[in-house]
Design a protein around this ligand. Structure first.
Ligand code: GDP
Length: 433
């Protein structure tokens, strides 16, 4: 379906308008940082036509200026939308920020609908007319809260919507999947990001990178849009000074918090370091889907290959379940392999095993491999269930504590049987007397 991006300052009523279009009552609370950024797209329908709404939300109340946020929204709109809906608070009138948006929209060169919101009754219509001054064409007088004027606007919107979107199929229904690119300084994170974003973007982002705060980057890969989270920390030159490690680790944490899947970058021109492993383990502990990317493969030679094999066997044995890709961020070699690896990891991360299947599997496994008898006792597994996904978590109800070795055995077979490639899984026990 075609894509409609909604732009506007905080508190102009964007969320109310989105809810009105979707025909919902509940408000999306946009004032709480982080609440709307998770859900950026919605499927909407009007007059029998479907379209995708991209809420460019993501406003956060922090020290950085509002203009940076506007630029970010406009960039998303420019990249993804077929039509842009620009919401202004008509009761307040055009602000400097609104005028900034207008400047950006002129450059984007896409159809724009100007919504004069908060026109709750007829007497306020002159306030809407005042927005002609923005030079964005006809202001639509709307009351998102009461619904006034929304139908007229939507009727006109339908006429401007293209039949087929240049972008629509690229946005997954739950919104773009969120990817964190992490790794120690100099493994090639920013090189890879630039390579993935394409050369055109690099110029823009290098300029913007000097002023922008932690920002997400929307990048099209393999015909879909992905959200690379917290990329500002990657773009900024990493000054090696005292405490740099500390800040790097804070950034890693922040990115992981927002991400669904982590691409752990490791560089093959050096030995794996403790820091590499620590970063990897942080991602596993955070319960994120994991992809291991071995970068700088253009520098690979026989010696390094031998090291690497040993390192994979020793230091990476605990993540033998993670998909591995060999890449060169410098040349772009194998960058296409990232998408299938991300897909595999996320599919596992999302997976739910029905209780029936799970218990059938365990029944057979335990019958063939009973728990060893300890002190005349043999704990039994009564029942198992998957209590959650993302990542998958299982609970075993047992008659006594299972040996750690036995638990590992069960976890491993669970992995192999159901194919949890690329996701940590957690198996815990509840002992029933
Ligand atoms: P970051 O700190 O993780 O963002 O790493 P950078 O992307 O800044 O890269 C650090 C250095 O490694 C730079 O000099 C890059 O040019 C270099 N580099 C990154 N990726 C590759 C690669 O695939 N091959 C080679 N030969 N050099 C690379």
């Amino acid at each position: 379906p075609p894509v409609v991006a909604i732009l506007g300052r905080p508190n102009v009523g964007k969320s109310s308008l989105v809810n009105r279009i979707l025909g919902r009552r509940e408000a999306v609370v946009e004032d709480v940082p982080g609440v709307t950024r998770d859900r950026v797209t919605y499927q909407a329908e009007w007059a029998g036509r479907e379209f995708t709404i991209v809420d460019t939300g993501g406003w956060e109340h922090d020290a950085k200026g509002i203009h940076a946020r506007v630029a970010e929204q406009a960039e998303i709109a420019a990249d993804l939308a077929d039509v842009v809906v620009f919401v202004v608070d008509a009761a307040v009138g055009p602000t400097a920020t609104d005028e900034g948006v207008v400047k950006l929209l002129r450059r984007i060169k896409k159809p724009v609908f100007l919504i004069a919101n908060k026109i709750d009754d007829f007497n306020q219509e002159p306030e809407a007319a005042a927005l002609w001054s923005l030079g964005m064409g006809k202001p639509y007088p709307v009351s998102a809260i009461h619904g006034r004027g929304v139908a007229d606007f939507l009727d006109d919107l339908m006429e401007k919507l293209p039949e087929h979107s240049a972008y629509g199929g690229m946005i997954p229904s739950g919104g773009p999947r969120r990817v964190a690119l992490i790794g120690r300084p100099n493994v090639g994170k920013s090189s890879l990001l630039n390579k993935l974003a394409g050369s055109e973007r690099v110029v823009v982002d290098n300029l913007a990178g000097t002023t922008r705060d932690p920002v997400d980057e929307l990048i099209e890969l393999g015909g879909r849009v992905w959200r690379f989270v917290d990329t500002a920390g990657i773009r900024r030159r990493q000054h090696m000074s005292q405490g740099a490690d500390y800040y790097a680790s804070l950034r890693t944490q922040a990115a992981l918090e927002k991400a669904e899947v982590a691409v752990i970058l490791l560089a093959v021109d050096e030995r794996l370091s403790e820091q590499d492993i620590r970063i990897l383990n942080t991602a596993i502990e955070a319960g994120r889907a994991i992809v291991l990317a071995f970068n700088k493969w253009d520098l690979m030679d026989e010696d390094r290959r031998r090291y690497l094999e040993r390192e994979i066997e020793q230091d990476l044995a605990h993540v033998e379940w993670a998909p591995r890709v060999n890449i060169s961020a410098k040349t772009g070699w194998h960058k296409d392999r990232l998408v299938p690896a991300l897909d595999t990891a996320l599919e596992s991360w999302d997976k739910r095993i029905s209780t029936g299947k799970l218990n059938a599997f365990l029944g057979e496994l335990v019958a063939a491999n009973p728990h060893p008898v300890r002190g005349g006792k043999q704990p039994r597994i009564l029942f198992a269930t998957q209590v959650s996904a993302r990542p998958p978590r299982f609970v075993l109800f047992t008659t006594g504590f299972l040996d750690p070795g036995y638990r590992r055995f069960i976890t491993r077979r669970l992995r192999e049987t159901f194919g949890f490639e690329g996701t940590p899984i957690e198996v815990s026990m509840r002992v029933r007397e």
